[in-house]
Structures are given as structure tokens and as C-alpha cells.
Design a protein around this ligand. Sequence first.
Ligand SMILES: C[S@@+](CC[C@H](N)C(=O)[O-])C[C@H]1O[C@@H](n2cnc3c(N)ncnc32)[C@H](O)[C@@H]1O
Length: 209
Amino acid sequence: MYQFIKVDVDAVIEAAEALFVPRNNEAEAFYELRLEFNQAVTSVRKSALFIYLNRHCFNGLCRYNASGGFNVPFGKYSGPTCPSAEIRGFSEFAQRCEFHHQSFEETFAMAEEGDVIYCDPPYIPLSATSNFTSYAKDGFGPEMQLLLARLARDAASNGNPSFVSNHHTPWALEIYAGARIETFDVQRLISSKAATRGMAPELLAIYGA
Ligand SMILES: C[S@@+](CC[C@H](N)C(=O)[O-])C[C@H]1O[C@@H](n2cnc3c(N)ncnc32)[C@H](O)[C@@H]1O
């Protein structure tokens, strides 16, 4: 979707806007379009469907099942609108960007002299009740968090200042020992429970800057 917005923003907006009609804001239409998205090849249409799903699904979640199918249920919102102006703004910004879909190890290996690296990995669970199981499915368990922290530290010692954001937890402080830690609260936009949608403590681990 990012690639199509970068190279052909008018086509994406036109295709997306056509999906934001009252008859598509019904459960039946939603599940048909979700199925179409899951079967579609990479295209302008698939990009538009992703924008439609993001604005019509439950809490704007982005979640896939083990076979790679988008599986967030219908959100039942009144009158969702297509964020056309934001998409256009993103497209202008994207002209200065390159998008790569690859593992973070490959991305670290691309770093050149003078590059600064920022990582926004899947979160370390905030509480003991939300354990790593849900992350394990996506292959982002504790080993991956540790590997990322190590690569960030090594990149800094090779001259690439590196930043990693994550939840502020005792284990996070442990794995980022050696980094400078900045702590702040962020507004949680995505959570099914209003109580946990408030402020959550986050940290930025700073290596080499
Ligand atoms: C907290 S989200 C980052 C969201 C992103 N900053 C944004 O604004 O869209 C974590 C991201 O890490 C990605 N991810 C998961 N495993 C990864 C891996 N092994 N290598 C690189 N990225 C990975 C997920 O797909 C997800 O998009």
C-alpha cells in the first residue's frame, strides 16, 4: 500500500473513496471485501481494500491469522470516512522514502555511514497476564527482542546511532542496559478496553547519540 501511495496516489484515493459508501458499512459487505482482500494480489485495489478495512474493522486493528489472512471483525462505526487528505500528505512525504519489507536483521545490514536507525518493534508485554504467546506466533518472542537490542548496540559502536522504542517494563530496562533511557507516556489508540486505552509508559533506548 505504501508503495502504491508513493507512485500512484490518485489511483489509490479514487479506488479507496469508492469503497466508503453506506452499503459497504454493513457486516455482510465487510466480510465479502475482507475475503477479496485476502485473495487479492498486490495491486491498487488491494491497497484501497486495506484502507477500507482499517477504517471499518474493530478498533482499526491490524491482525492476521496463522495462514496470513486479515481476520479483524467488523467494527460497526457510523459513517467512516476515507482519509484522502492524509493519504495525499503521506504520498508527498513518501517521495523521500524507500520502503523495504524485510527482517530487521537485513535492514541493519543496509546501514551506511552517517545513517541513524530507529526501531519500533512489536511491544514487550506490559503485564504478566499478557505474556509473549501472542507474539510467538509472529516470531517476535524474547529472543527477537534481545537480538534487536544487540544489533542496535552493535550498530552504534559501528557509527550508526540507534534508537529503539518499547514499553517501559523491568525486562525492557534489563535488555537495554547500556543504552541511555528516555521515559515518556504515550496515548494508546488501539486497545479493546477503554481502561487500557489511556496512557502507557514507554521508553526510548538510545545507543550512540
Ligand atoms: C509496533 S509495530 C510498528 C508500527 C510502525 N511504526 C507504524 O507506524 O506503522 C511493529 C512492527 O514490527 C513488524 N515486525 C514484526 N517482526 C518483524 C521482523 N522480524 N523484522 C522486521 N519487522 C518486524 C510488524 O510487522 C509491525 O509492523
